[in-house]
Ligand binder design. Structure first.
Ligand SMILES: NC(=O)c1ccc[n+]([C@@H]2O[C@H](COP(=O)([O-])OP(=O)(O)OC[C@H]3O[C@@H](n4cnc5c(N)ncnc54)[C@H](OP(=O)(O)O)[C@@H]3O)[C@@H](O)[C@H]2O)c1
Length: 228
């Protein structure tokens, strides 16, 4: 399997590179030119295409011949970075390629998610403040995912809970809707978020799903093991 990791130099991206290499996949990555050195540890083991992830020409080259594309969706800036990234991937990934995108719990596929007051406040307060300071645009990630959901590609959108660093606890558990009891702990190790993304490449049951994930050793996952 040849996979392209779009946004490879970030924390999630580098974990995904490692998991993909561990599985023996051929790995190519796209990251901003100023971030290429963050991939130095993988030198000689992957091919790097320097460029912004919303640069269609860069994406076209990077995804050529890839069976899978793993995309870190970040709503940074106020210039539609996530939406541009998604569109470039949807336009240029080879037909039939498995596409896996990352985002947060605030994204909803069918409107059936039940959000905590805390998450609602974060989105309502952080969203406008981040946009005001031109730091991030949460609506950009919403639009990006809307385009993924509307596409006829073989997509999965993985919705991450709050994240923490630390050793792997194994593959996270998932549920269709935020608010489901198994997700209550709202915490996943970032290394395991990456593991779920890479694992999804070969899980056809996740095609056209937007799994919300939580660490498999968290109290809510342990309490509801086997119920989802
Ligand atoms: N952080 C959380 O608590 C959390 C919770 C739930 C879900 N998620 C999801 O997890 C994924 C990874 O997020 P993360 O927070 O863990 O961060 P991350 O993995 O470190 O990724 C951050 C990404 O943003 C890029 N970036 C940073 N500044 C940028 C800028 N000014 N313009 C364009 N790109 C820029 C980075 O590229 P460079 O390497 O080039 O800087 C990197 O690819 C995202 O899809 C996010 O929605 C995160």
């Amino acid at each position: 399997m040849k996979v392209c990791i779009v946004g490879a130099s970030g924390k999630l991206g580098r974990y995904m590179v490692q998991h993909a290499l561990d599985r023996g996949y051929e790995v190519v990555g796209v990251c901003r030119p100023e971030s290429v050195e963050k991939l130095a540890a993988f030198s000689g083991r992957m091919t790097v295409f320097p460029g912004r992830t919303d640069d269609a020409a860069v994406i076209e080259q990077a995804v050529a011949g890839c069976d899978g594309v793993l995309v870190v969706l970040v709503p940074r800036g106020v210039h539609g970075y996530s939406t541009g990234t998604v569109q470039a991937v949807l336009d240029h990934a080879q037909p039939g390629a498995r596409l896996v995108f990352s985002c947060g719990w605030h994204i909803t596929l069918d409107g059936q998610d039940k959000y905590s007051l805390k998450l609602k406040v974060v989105v309502k307060v952080f969203g406008p403040v981040a946009r005001l300071f031109r730091f991030a645009d949460l609506d950009d990630q919403v639009e990006a995912c809307r385009r993924v959901f509307a596409s006829d590609t073989r997509w999965t959108v993985v919705r991450g809970s709050d994240l923490e660093e630390g050793d792997s606890q194994g593959l996270p558990v998932w549920s269709r809707h935020v608010g489901d009891p198994i997700l209550e702990s709202n915490l996943t190790r970032r290394v395991d978020f990456a593991l779920f993304m890479v694992d999804a490449l070969e899980r056809d049951e996740l095609i056209h799903e937007a799994p919300a994930i939580v660490g498999r050793q968290t109290p809510s996952a342990l309490a509801h093991a086997g119920s989802s």
